[in-house]
Design a binder for this molecule. Structure first.
Ligand code: MN
Length: 454
């Protein structure tokens, strides 16, 4: 054995057990009580051994002009430090470009800079026939998920997007959909700005929960019309969750992701003095405490299947500058805190079980996005992507301690119970005792299998 991890409590979606782990090369080779002496030994007494976190929603690739401060190098440094060993990054597709040319750029950046393994989802920003004709070869090459934004450049091209969705389903790909109603948001934003209501405290009013719910209902109907599975990204409200709950109860292939900010923060953040509220702008906006509790219920009872970050490394200056709320760059840094905060707020506070936590941050994302059982669990033959997690430490979030290049953190001052101590990617230590030791370029592109349900 190259590596033995001893005395840890192993956690999978199926349960918790005491076992030593033997790693040979990149894979878990032994799991049990009779792991022979290895070249390297790690003591996991008092620690949980978790499958590496999988964040299926990141924005690290560069498209100019772009105000973000993280790239694959700094973004995956934050990932490694937070126990995320695989990301799925969105390739952005501008009009008048081909999907293949965009994929080439993202793949090159990822291969050169990524510390952790990565898959790529393909945004379709321009669903003209030549672009849709690229889909079969790309699915074949392991890009088995697509992305559609309903909140921009959508309403004038719905029929083309329906064709894209149907094509994706027929090819065995999952389509990720940003559900906010473009027309309602445009109308409300114009009205607010026309009344001089430009401050960020009006932002949440410009993108209400009902605009998310109606778009989600439409996405459900699209799944019904085309037979294609849909994955609702960063669902934020009780109203939208109810729409997906009913669809799933009817057996429709509808899957739901939520995002950390909707679990820990509410819209009161936008009411803070000065430009402070601008820090929290992302699409959809933060909601009310009733929405927060509905999302936690959804995590607990299975109505929500994944938690992913939508990480965009943004610093405060570009978010503070714009003259009105509609022009504030959307998104924020989130990657490093994904796993420890869900443990702390979820497991340590008794809202979700330990196996459910692992299911949400590793097993379900791996299954939905064609990486299971290579990723997302601890089993013989799986990649040795492992997190030795110390549930006894407390960490107070401070932006300056975080590995993102962003100069602020939305959870500044939160005290978090539990943090990764050692993180392994395919058997190699990439983070240990506060230091990222993984190298840019060490991460591999993961071609993904076709969609096979949960
Ligand atoms: Mn996103």
């Amino acid at each position: 054995m190259d590596l033995a991890i001893r005395k840890g409590t192993v956690v999978t979606a199926a349960g918790t057990f005491q076992a030593d782990i033997g790693v040979q090369g990149a894979q878990v080779m032994l799991l049990g009580r009779e792991v022979p002496a290895a070249d390297r030994e790690l003591d996991a007494a008092g620690l949980y051994v978790l499958p590496g976190g999988i964040d299926v929603h990141t924005h690290l690739g560069r498209l100019r002009p772009f105000q973000g401060v993280d790239d694959f190098r700094t973004g995956t440094r934050a990932a490694a430090a937070g126990g995320v060993t695989t990301i799925c990054e969105y390739v952005i597709h501008p009009r008048d470009t081909s999907l293949a040319s965009q994929v080439e750029q993202w793949l090159a950046q990822g291969r050169e800079q990524s510390i952790v393994d990565f898959g790529l989802h393909l945004h379709i920003g321009d669903p003209r026939p030549e672009v849709l004709n690229e889909m079969p070869a790309l699915v074949e090459a392991g890009y088995t998920s697509f992305k559609v934004f309903m909140n921009r450049n959508f309403d004038s091209r719905v029929r083309e997007y329906l064709t894209a969705l149907e094509r994706a389903g027929a090819l065995g790909a999952l389509t990720c959909i940003h559900c906010e109603d473009e027309s309602i948001i445009g109308h409300l934003t114009d009205n607010l700005l026309g009344q001089g209501k430009t401050d960020v405290r009006y932002f949440a009013q410009s993108r209400p929960a009902f605009s998310e719910a109606v778009a989600t209902a439409r996405a459900v109907a699209f799944a019904e019309a085309t037979g294609a599975p849909v994955y609702i990204v960063h669902l934020s409200s009780a109203a939208a969750l109810e729409v997906t709950r009913r669809a799933r109860a009817r057996g429709l292939p509808v899957y739901v992701e939520t995002r950390p900010i909707y679990l820990y923060l509410t819209r009161e953040r936008f009411d803070q003095p000065g430009k402070e509220g601008n820090k929290y702008v992302g699409y959809p906006p933060l909601r009310d405490s009733e929405d927060v509790s509905a999302l936690w219920d959804g995590l607990r009872n299975g109505d929500i299947q994944t938690v992913a970050t939508d990480h965009v490394g943004l610093s405060f200056a570009p978010k503070a500058e714009p003259p009105d709320f509609s022009r504030i760059p959307a998104g924020m840094s989130n990657l490093e805190t994904l796993v420890p905060m869900l443990y702390s707020e979820g497991v340590a506070k008794g809202r979700i079980s330990l196996p459910r936590f692992v299911e949400l941050i590793a097993t379900n994302p791996a299954r939905l996005f064609g990486m299971f059982p290579r990723k997302g669990t601890i089993a013989i033959g799986s990649d040795a992507d492992l997190v030795l997690f110390d549930p006894s430490v407390q960490v107070t979030i401070q932006a300056e301690q975080m590995h993102s290049q962003a100069d602020y953190d939305v959870y500044e001052g939160f005290t978090v119970q539990g943090w990764p101590k050692v993180v392994l990617s395919r058997g190699q230590v990439i983070f240990q005792d506060g230091r990222v030791v993984g190298r840019p370029g060490q991460g591999q592109f993961i071609p993904r299998e076709r969609f096979g349900g949960l």
